[in-house]
Design a protein around this ligand. Sequence first.
Ligand code: ZN
Length: 405
Amino acid sequence: MVLCAVAVSAVAFGEIKIRCDYPGGNVKVVKIDEAGGVVSVAPDLRDTQGKWFHWNFTLSGAAGKTLHFQFPKNHYPYLTSLGPAISRDGGTTWRWLNADGKRHEPNNAFDYTFGADENETRFAVAIPYTQKEWDAASARWRGKEGVKFDVLCKSQSGKRDTELLRIPCRKGKAKWIFAFTARHHACEVTANPVMEGIIDEILSDSKEGGWIRDNADCVFIPFMDKDGVEDGDQGKNRNPHDHNRDYIEGRYTSVRAFKELLVRESVGKTIVFFDLHSPFVRGSTRSPQQDSVFTFASTNEQQNKHVDAFRKNWAEATKDGLLVYNGKFDQRAGKGQEARLEKARKSGLLTSRHWVESLPNCYSSICCEFGYSLCGGVYSRESGRGLGHSLLKAAVHTVTESAGK
Ligand SMILES: [Zn+2]
């Protein structure tokens, strides 16, 4: 657990108290004007360069009052398209301020009326996901045949374990290795329920689940930036670079360990890799993709055919889902991607997706983005899991079609 960066005395004014002393917590309290009913807060950026938008705090002492929450007025969005996520049970269940799916404006302020008996409420930029939620999901996988709970490495601080879940091929030697990572950027919470759905699908009785268990080794790393997730860091754009720009230098324990694992365990197998992310905090007219599900193309021509086949299959598989992926906002091949990759490589920066796609036995290496609140529908942990189910089915359809069986 980590304490707020702001001194404890600065977060209690009169009756109102704000705290973020729990996993994933993050806030900077700028000012509490109790008489005026205005609470001014900001994200605690820590080592993130530039601006970013992760925050998560608990407020007490406002029962029966209406408060205006104000984020910095600097033309930067701090709220998703549906406003903040709100929990009245200490972070167990969450709803969006605009649960009806209507867009919330402005993007840097909201009002909230506390019930007469509402003594403590948690507010967050998005529906949080930390080790606590992973442990809860793990309870339903524990004891299932073949599931192995392993450790990738120690976290960067050395204080925590970086979880590694394995579902090895049940028929001896696998032909494929499917690898899934999330939270290269600590604040990107929408990735994890999707990962849960992928695991649930593999362990289900579906034909796709059966195929993958007969033919592939599967590895899952839910928190690439484990310390950042638990400490409530932004994680994105860390100084000097974040976890997903570390695939040349290897300054982070998890990146080094993941690279070693994939090279070592993919010998004689073909790699299918998915790196799961959340995009920018909200969409706009200029960037509507931020309120959707979208994927990035490969810079490898042959692999890109597999990416396109997967996209087609995924769009088909999500048709009846709570969240819909339709491919409309995908980042297509070309468009200067190769030049950008080369420039990044020259400055010593490389993403997981690009590193995996450079391996000779890579079939496809796909980065997927899942909007924070609007995501081809209204995002919840449940609807996020649904996208995981369809993603896995589509991935299996893609490899079985191209293998001609
Ligand atoms: Zn990301």
